[in-house]
Design a protein around this ligand. Structure first.
Ligand SMILES: [Zn+2]
Length: 395
């Protein structure tokens, strides 16, 4: 039997199980019950955990379970700065409960001032909520979460990539930074459809395309923190379409929202018939117009979107072959279309093996997913580090 265990390890396990007995803990950690009781007493004294008698006893005392004392942890202020200019601001607790939330939509010019905008939001929100104990920022692009850097951010112009350092100094609070699709994977794992799934993939199609994979319950980051850049798999080697990364024929350049809108717009401009032509006389097309075109069975829209689904199916097939996940959760407005989901399943069936049993389904969380992203990052990391944990407790 082991001699000792770190308090954080015990806390992490209690959080993961929701409620757990001392006996179960001693079995998991292979420690004597006296040893576990000592650590638990410490945690009870610090008010980090609470105990409750639950359920029927089979004679004798009812079993006592331990759970995290949510009341004793400060609030999380989370900001999810999406690549399409919507910002989701959430105040939440470490049990994933949302206290308050709001959404802002930015003008295109404002996206250039990401850091100033986040700064402005944080200072206003902190004035209203004096109980914030941690900040969480979620953004698209390559995020080195350990160093707190935004390594590549094609969607925003950032003066300093050292986001964590900048905000930690300014607000004297622990700050976490994470990539948007990896944060989505954490949400699906904590409160979504992947709570009981060890291996799954999140595949996100918005202005760009990205993925995140959860392997044995851990979201995989990779050596350069770039795991999941599925949008930059070259899927069409004959393509002349240039991607935001500089390469040609990337999945993102063929099937992202921006890519399909561009394709349909240029086809209409060279004279192809589409019911979207009238809209294009007034303004630029958006993804809702494309979905409208699908519903109206517009030939051009269906043709372009079927091709886009064919490319996405090739991308998913690569992920399935490498990772063999139990399921792939799809995020993005295009997956709300039954026609597009059916097309995608049809295209994927054509190129996968029958024995590769991997379900694909759109997220069930809808827009709530975006509000939860920043909270999920803190919930995942809360007991990783002593400094972080201690700063986050009400005392
Ligand atoms: Zn690319």
């Amino acid at each position: 039997m082991k001699e000792n265990v770190r308090e954080e390890e015990i806390l992490k396990t209690i959080k993961e199980y929701g409620k757990i007995s001392r006996l179960e803990l001693s079995e998991i950690f292979n420690l004597t019950s006296a040893r576990i009781s000592k650590v638990v007493k410490n945690l009870l004294d610090k008010k980090m955990v609470v105990e409750k008698a639950v359920g029927e006893s089979t004679g004798g005392r009812p079993p006592v379970y331990l759970s995290i004392n949510n009341e004793n942890f400060k609030n999380i202020l989370g900001i999810n700065f999406t690549s399409n200019g919507a910002i989701y601001i959430t105040h939440g607790k470490i049990n994933c409960e949302i206290i308050r939330k709001r959404k802002i939509i930015l003008d295109d010019e404002d996206k250039e001032k990401a850091l100033e905008i986040i700064d402005d939001i944080i200072s206003k929100e902190l004035e209203q909520d004096k109980d914030v104990g941690a900040l969480s920022i979620v953004m698209a692009g390559v995020i080195d979460e350990e160093k707190g850097l935004s390594v590549m951010s094609p969607h925003y112009k950032l003066k300093t990539p050292k986001i964590v350092e900048y905000f930690e100094r300014k607000y004297n609070l622990p700050v976490l930074l994470e990539n948007d699709v990896r944060a989505m994977a954490l949400v699906e794992k904590q409160i979504g459809s992947c709570r009981n799934t060890e291996n799954f993939v999140i595949f996100n199609v918005s202005q760009g395309i990205g993925s995140a994979s959860c392997i044995a319950k851990k979201v995989y980051k990779g050596y350069n923190s770039m795991a999941g850049e599925a949008g930059h798999i070259v899927i069409n080697t004959n393509s002349i379409r240039k991607c935001s990364c500089g390469k040609r024929g990337c999945l993102e350049a063929e099937s992202s929202e921006i890519a399909v809108i561009k394709k349909i717009t240029s086809e209409i401009k060279i004279g192809k018939y589409s019911i979207l032509k009238e809209i294009l006389k007034e303004r630029e097309l958006n993804i809702k117009d494309i979905l409208f075109g699908i519903r109206k069975k517009d030939f051009l829209v269906i043709q372009v979107m079927t091709e886009a689904m064919e490319y996405i199916a090739r991308g998913l097939n690569i992920l399935i072959s490498i990772l063999d996940p139990e399921k792939i959760v799809l995020v993005g407005e295009i997956f709300n279309s039954k026609f597009l989901m059916d097309t995608l399943r049809f295209e994927l069936n054509k190129i996968s093996l029958d024995i590769q049993k991997c379900g694909i389904e759109p997220t069930k969380l809808g827009e709530e997913l975006y509000f939860y992203c920043s909270i999920a990052v803190v919930v995942e990391n809360i007991f990783e580090n002593k400094f972080f944990t201690e700063k986050f407790i009400n005392n």
